[in-house]
Design a protein around this ligand. Sequence first.
Ligand code: PDD
Length: 293
Amino acid sequence: MTVTPTRISYVNGRYVRHNEAAVHIEDRGYQFADGVYEAILMENHVLIDGKQHWTRLKRSLKELSIAMPCSVNTIESIIQELFRRNRMKSGTIYLQVTRGVAKRDHPFPKKPVPPALVITITPRKTPSEKERTLGVHAITHPDIRWLRRDIKTISLLPNVLAKQAAVEAGVREAWLYTDEGFFTEGSSTNIYIVDAKGVIHTHPANEMILGGVTRDTMLKLAKKARIPVIEKPFTLADIKKAKEAFLTSTTAFLLPVVKIDKITIGTGKPGKIASQLQELYAKHVQALSNPKK
Ligand code: PDD
């Protein structure tokens, strides 16, 4: 008989049973969404693109004047310990840092409090074979977020509402557009189109989008494979003319997008470039998680 281990999570210095894991009601993350997060893939005990995630975490914290709760080395040891305690070797890591616990008051606490660190892990939810090979559908949705989308803040209400609209429309993702009609990103993914000449278009990684770690890796792989990339915002008119479309994220990897609202993209089937990048990305993850092979 196999015994399923009790799920364990990490909360502010303690490994606790997941059902009992809790933070204080005056945690500023709970009251003000005053915190940041990272979602990272662990494959065979190896963090995929870990360095890039730590760089982004430190940057998000710095932009909000929140201290790193501990060193990256310590965070990595906690993560390895969580995987050991949960008897897992692969999965998705969710890591959240908030400004900490203080009496509810808008300004930062006068007397600094230690930032709060919470880490949970879950078995990886890979996209289905169907989604990877046939592609997914998306809707377009107004981007109503603040203007510092480059910070990976836990303040995700506009993203939640956009994703809910996608779910209610029976599709995978909502592609967000600004008042000016430029597409920024998905509710939890970065987005791309391929034009008639085979050039990838995606929004530049500025304050208007969250610069995805998967996006960075994907663009490097594209450049290496000599697939041209333009980091420039695109419009609905560009989507209508596109040969291909796709999205990326830590949990979705790369998924071809074959229909956006009522617009069929290209032939309605995943395109050559999306499929090529899917393959290159799978090899990238494989090489990192099985370095000897
Ligand atoms: N989402 N854009 C937004 C708004 C996101 O929330 C995410 C990630 C991305 C892609 O970033 P990356 O490639 O680093 O995962 C882009 C994570 C997975 C989430 O919220 O669960």
